[in-house]
Design a protein around this ligand. Structure first.
Ligand code: HEC
Length: 103
């Protein structure tokens, strides 16, 4: 087999199982984490349950990585002491429920 072909084949599994930016996370915990730490400001700004924050027109996020970074930035403001896995879980949960980014 041609060397180049071998190299391409070796890379294939990586491409097929592209990692989520948040890795493997436990979605079970995400909603309660979110509801505890993340709604106060958003409700103050938008009322209701605050979810309009994630559904507003012209939001600045365009992919999973930006969503994760936004979660981390907001989380830094509340000093909730979350682990990175918990930020990841909430980002993944927000994506599943609101953003639905594929990339
Ligand atoms: C201290 C107040 C505050 C808290 C607490 C807070 N946020 Fe935010 N959040 C904001 C503000 C303000 C914005 C909008 C920023 C802007 O418009 O530039 C925002 C925007 C966001 C967005 C982007 C919305 C969009 O699509 O445009 C996400 C996602 C988000 N917050 C997630 C979270 C998560 C997850 C938590 C809990 C860890 C959290 N926020 C806690 C103030 C807060």
């Amino acid at each position: 087999m041609h060397l180049k072909t071998i190299a391409v084949l070796a890379l294939l599994p990586v491409a097929l199982h592209a990692e989520e930016p948040w890795g493997k996370v436990d979605l079970q915990t995400a909603k309660s984490l979110h509801d505890k730490a993340c709604t106060s400001c958003h409700i103050r700004m938008y009322g209701g349950d605050g979810s309009k924050m994630y559904l507003r027109d012209g939001h600045m996020l365009s992919n999973k990585l930006e969503l994760l970074q936004r979660v981390a930035a907001c989380n830094a403001q509340v000093s909730s002491g979350w682990f990175p896995e918990e930020e990841g879980a909430v980002a993944a949960w927000l994506n599943q429920h609101y953003y639905r980014f594929e990339n």
